[in-house]
Write a protein that binds this ligand. Sequence first.
Ligand SMILES: Cc1cc2nc3c(=O)[nH]c(=O)nc-3n(C[C@H](O)[C@H](O)[C@H](O)COP(=O)(O)O)c2cc1C
Ligand SMILES: [Mn+2]
Length: 625
Amino acid sequence: MAWRDLREYILNLRDSDELIRISHPVDCYLEAGCIADKLVKKGGPAIIFDQPRLANGEISKYPLAMNLFGTRERTNKALGVKDPKEIGETMVNLMKPDIGGILKKPWTGLGLAMQGMSMAPKKVRKGACQAVVIENPDMTKLPIPTTWPMDGGPFITLPLVVTKDPKTGQHNMGMYRGQIFGEKEIGLHWQAHKHAADHADEIGKENRMPVAICLGGPPPVMFSAISPLPDNLSEYEFAGLLNGRRLRITKCLTNDLWVPSEVDFVIEGYTIPGETRTEGPFGDHFGYYCLEEEYPVMHVTAITHRKNPTIPMTIVGVPPMEDGYLGEAIGDAFRPVLQFQHRDVKDLFLPLETGFHNLAIVSSKQRYPRQARKTALGLMGAGQMMFLKSIIAVDEDHDVKDLDALLKAVDYNVRIPEDLIILDGMVADSLAHASPWQNVHSKLLIDATTPTSNDHRANEPKMMGCPDSLGVSASGVEGVTKAKMMASSMLVITTNVEGGPRPESSMEEVNEEGAKAQREQIARIRDEIWSLESAKNLRWLFITDDDADLDEEHWRRRLLWQLFCRFEVARDFHFDKERKRVAWDATAPIPSNEGPLPVRRWPAVTLHDPEIEERVEKWMEREGL
Ligand SMILES: Cc1cc2nc3c(=O)[nH]c(=O)nc-3n(C[C@H](O)[C@H](O)[C@H](O)COP(=O)(O)O)c2cc1C
Ligand SMILES: [Mn+2]
């Protein structure tokens, strides 16, 4: 079904018992976010705070909604699909009309044409979003949550940021968070690789750049803003396609941008080329606070809204979180498109535990030798997959979502060093705090496929594993807190790095002495384990901090997060002398410039304020949530 606006979706959630409303005051500062986090972790309902309390103690006039897309089912409902792959299949059909088929059965072509037509946005003179014009625009009056204790302030976490290409006039709508700096200033976190940053670069030094931030609106419009669309497809067209209904757009009052008419709020303004301000810290979806950086500032010139608006927001942090469901839906929706462009991709999975960009598992056709590697390399250059840190290629019939199967494939098939390909000095996500330089890191391709029968490596002898007793011997090594065999050639150990970064605080200053001691400690533990008699065939040694408990129920999910978020390929991946074994150091590193590669500031993990968390948990218990 097509959603006219956010209200219609919210009413639907209410009618299907997927929504709770809270009528007592709840603080936008930390409390609302904590409640939303607890709910999403339980697969709980969406929530509307009818009395969000602002920083100055006043109750905001506008309700705040959170967790609107916090389960797989709700995300599908918002998108109007049973499975997001339907979206990709429609796109592929539009990309390759089957002319022969259409000639035989012309009505099939009609459906396509209708879908194509729903893509063109429609200009309307007055949008619902302009029903009310706020007299003296003041961002601090909107219920915008501060979600984590060390955040630099309140952040708009579900903004639809509209800009236009200064040359072609084509509009772009991207979700880039906005930090509230004051009544009329908002930090705009568009990363260098994104379309809005491209527009900002092209505008030239003399001209102000018009910007609008929309909030709310029909869910498919919101989804469109996060979709990794090709450069030549506008989010407005895609929103029409998704919603099966042409997107209505309306001209802003104080600049010449056109914005979706049915959104709940529009914040209009401009940026001044060259003007930046320190943005952050912000607890982000890797489960860490994003490092502070310079970003442009938006100056607000008008705020308008529809009648009875709702402001939707989200909280991101240690996965699983709401954005994880959105990300999974993106993965499912765009897989058919990717497969259309990359014919060898059988399936692809980006586990939400690793923050998506840190790991992809791709199953590939492998008709000729090394085809899977070619596939994986192709993906690393495909759109936003440029941000990937590591990619594991597996056989065609491999279930990419099956973690046990993955461990088995790596254990049985990966020969070291032949099956490890390291690409140095590549594009990194701006959020990748483990990367040695901002926006630059190394990538790891692990080929875990079975060689084809015509590969010169086809008949290599089976590799040996280690005895189970290795786990016990490794626990005896000084400095090892716990050790566990993960597969016959894989061991994980945890350790405590004296003076190392702690989850609850960031480390801003370099500490060369501490960093050197850490490197020596890891090297010693690694070498002692490697020298154990039973470790001869230990191809993989994972080392991480002991804030991960290997005996805890969900230890594998936790480990996945820790191994991929605390690790930089070029710095933390070590081969033994014969290059037959590797150690993967995922201990949080102490900042330093004198090691083999720099470690920048190291951020804290997103953790709730303990007092607020306790209060929220008690309240939830009382409410039976
Ligand atoms: C909740 C959420 C928050 C996001 N925040 C940011 C952000 O602050 N900066 C950014 O560059 N991308 C952010 N993204 C990712 C972009 O929205 C995404 O890459 C989008 O495709 C960019 O659009 P563009 O290709 O038109 O630039 C966020 C995504 C989600 C789901
Ligand atoms: Mn775009």
